[in-house]
Design a protein around this ligand. Structure first.
Ligand SMILES: [Zn+2]
Length: 410
């Protein structure tokens, strides 16, 4: 069994990190399917980071149809994949949609091997602690992983007892690293050459394709980053590299959105870094209060007094939230959606060539919590589609009145 180590290579959030735990805290292995017919650790990571704004990919391991096992996190990382069981569970995702597809044979073997190896390593995890996502409390409704877990456990037990063909071998770790992680001005080499070829192909005109990362190449990278709604720093890191790969066919970007989207609990975890705001004596003070005052239309003095509390209650009523004047996770989420107040709906917004720009684009980007550069590029298109899918709207990437209203709960 080979494990391809991509723990430091997948797209991850620039500032957020997952919490960690002791190995002894792991009590379950959770099995998922990706619910996509194809996809990879990279594409899931991109989706989890760019669209769901998670610290990194949700799974510890991804197993593709060829039986390749990709390790994405240390086992100690508490990533998001089973809501309020995240802290006790380790996540394995098998690529495929097993509502309609079958596990491939190499994939099945790799999964069994990996599980047996993990059970060996983890003191508090036995075969009976290997659960499908659906078997975790609160997830009875979720068709994940859509394989018969009883059969999987029975097979694992029989391998463990030596009754079945034993294909278990100890793991050997191989690195997934092939290229430098970052390329920037001054770098030279074949990887720069490949970058220039790619930029030329995409018509971002990086100058001579000579393997030397000079000023013209840097400008070209910046123009690409702008077009792809990325941070414009002229440095080719994991996010830019991924965007370069997926950029080609804007019309059929592989979305690879696993079903394991943020649920309520996971959103709550996201909010842990923000404090609860409420009317207290002495009054609470801070920039976070100024921020919400701007959004609810209060005087921006940074003090959570009675008039701010009243406006928060009014905001909560309008947004069908409990009207308690306390800014907790749900109210924060609703406030996040209202940041560019006052920019009205005025036109259809969609991925066009050239890209559409404007304050209305910026407003929807803020609502989607993606980079708000006011340019409707491919990442905005993806985020809109993902939002439409979650909201059971027509998934066309076009922000018309319906999608607009849903974004802002008008
Ligand atoms: Zn799942």
């Amino acid at each position: 069994m080979e494990i391809i180590d991509k723990r430091n290579e997948l797209p991850s959030h620039p500032t957020k990190t997952y919490r960690r735990r002791a190995l002894s805290a792991i009590k379950n292995i959770a099995i998922h399917h990706s619910a996509t017919t194809s996809g990879s650790a990279e594409s899931f990571a991109r989706y989890h980071v760019n669209e769901l704004d998670w610290p990194g990919i949700g799974y510890h391991f991804v197993i593709d149809k060829d039986g390749d096992i990709i390790q994405c996190h240390d086992l100690e990382v508490i990533s998001y994949h089973v809501g309020n069981s995240n802290s006790r569970a380790l996540g394995i995702c098998m690529v495929g949609d097993f509502r309609t597809q079958q596990l491939t044979d190499p994939q099945r073997k790799a999964t069994l091997n990996l599980i047996l190896d993990l059970v060996d390593q983890l003191e508090h995890v036995g075969i009976n602690d290997v659960w499908g996502h659906q078997e975790f409390p609160g997830y009875e409704w979720k068709p994940c992983p859509s394989v018969n877990m009883e059969n999987i456990r029975a097979e694992l037990l029989s391998i463990q007892k030596g009754g079945s063909p034993i294909y278990y071998r100890s793991p050997s770790y191989i690195s997934g690293r092939r290229k430098r992680t970052y390329l920037s001005i001054g770098d030279q080499g074949d990887d720069v050459l490949a970058l220039q070829e790619r930029l030329t192909e995409l018509n971002f005109k990086p100058g001579d394709v000579d393997g030397i990362f000079g000023k013209i190449t840097e400008d070209s990278v910046k123009r690409f980053q702008r077009a792809a709604s990325l941070n414009i720093d002229g440095v080719v890191g994991p996010l830019t590299r991924e965007a370069l790969k997926s950029y080609e066919a804007v019309s059929n970007i592989e979305l690879a959105s696993p079903t394991d989207e943020a649920d309520d609990q996971e959103s709550m975890y996201e909010m842990e870094s923000r404090r609860l705001l409420r009317l207290l004596r002495p009054y609470m003070r801070g920039d976070d209060i100024r921020n919400i005052q701007q959004k609810v239309g209060a005087v921006e003095d940074g003090i959570y007094g009675p008039s701010t509390a009243e406006l928060v209650r009014e905001f909560q009523r309008k947004n069908n939230l409990v009207s308690d004047g306390i800014v907790g996770p749900r109210t924060w989420q609703a406030l996040d959606r209202t940041s560019t107040r006052g920019v009205p709906y005025s036109r259809l917004l969609f991925l066009n060539n050239p890209y559409m720009q404007g304050r209305d684009v910026k407003r929807i980007q803020e609502a989607l919590t993606i980079t708000a550069d006011g340019i409707y590029g491919p990442l905005t298109d993806q985020a809109v589609k993902s939002f439409q899918r979650r909201e059971r709207l027509n998934v066309d990437g076009i922000v018309g009145e319906r999608t607009w209203n849903r974004l802002f709960q008008a």
